[in-house]
Design a protein around this ligand. Structure first.
Ligand code: ADP
Ligand code: MG
Length: 263
């Protein structure tokens, strides 16, 4: 495991989570999560509300730190408190660099309301100084084209539907060409008729060779695109495996009960 400054190495490791523990005050939320997600695969995480799905996703992106255990992405430690008896702390520069390699799409679109659609997508490129103004906007137009919104470049977020705003958020998450893309219930804030267009964009991304982790209750979507399904309940992984196994032949009674409710 290394935390040295390497940016060009071939990614042979995906996401690894070991013995992840996290409590908020006296309330344990993650109670020893272990996960291995191969690079280039699509993982759909399912589980009841409050089971720790968002917290888990946030630890992958430096938005939460673990109390115990560790997380690594592409062979680099992300968050760790105690592991091999030492305290591992990353420099702010390392954190910034790692976060640039991980795209995050939240439930609510979190676009900047005062920036145009194109400016929202160009913003990470300008903020991280990886492109000048011209190159950043050219890239933004390309990305917006990929999510079917090139014609809305000069609009402001409030002029778009929720589904369109979420597609802009996805384009923005792609701006820095992340290896890993995290989606936290990307369609749960949308009107039902807008869910399909966002799932279609994510499905397209699933074919792009990136590693995707999607928290979602869309079981049909999970069956279509997931290589791996993880069912979390009460801060532990109750069951995981290929969709045909977890979704169609769940072994655990809690998985069966949950699937009975969301289907
Ligand atoms: P899920 O995404 O599966 O619904 P979360 O990971 O958001 O679950 O939350 C798990 C539990 O942790 C919930 O009980 C939630 O209230 C609590 N929680 C999440 N974030 C915080 C926080 N920042 N402070 C205190 N409690 C939190
Ligand atoms: Mg959540």
């Amino acid at each position: 495991m290394t935390t040295t400054e390497k940016t060009t190495e071939k990614i042979t490791e995906g996401v690894r989570v070991r013995n992840a523990h996290k409590a908020f005050g006296p309330h344990p939320v993650l109670k020893g999560i272990d996960l291995d997600l191969a690079p280039g695969t699509v993982t759909v995480v399912i589980g009841p509300s409050g089971s720790g799905k968002s917290t888990l996703l946030r630890t992958l992106n430096h938005l939460e730190t673990l109390d115990l255990g560790y997380v690594s992405v592409a062979g680099e430690l992300i968050g760790v408190r105690e592991h091999d008896g030492r305290l591992h702390e990353l420099s702010p520069r390392q954190v910034r660099r790692q976060r640039a390699r991980i795209g995050f799409v939240a439930q609510s679109f979190n676009l900047f309301p005062h920036l145009t659609v194109a400016a929202n997508v160009a913003e990470p490129l300008l903020a991280h100084k990886v492109a000048g103004w011209d190159a950043a906007y050219t890239k933004a137009y390309d990305l917006l084209d990929r999510v079917g919104l090139k014609h809305r470049c000069t609009d402001y977020p409030r002029q778009l539907s929720g589904g369109q705003q979420q597609r802009v958020a996805i384009a923005r998450a792609l701006a820095l060409e992340p290896d890993l893309l995290l989606f936290d219930e990307p369609t749960s804030a949308l009107d039902p008729e807008l869910v399909g267009e966002v799932l279609a964009v994510i499905k397209e991304l699933a074919r792009s060779g990136r590693t995707l982790v999607v928290v979602s209750h869309e079981i049909g979507f999970a069956r279509d695109v997931a290589d791996h399904v993880v069912f979390i309940d009460g801060g532990v992984v109750v069951e995981q495996g290929p969709p045909a196994q977890v979704l169609d032949h769940p072994q655990n009674a809690r998985t069966r009960e949950f699937l009975g409710k969301v289907r």
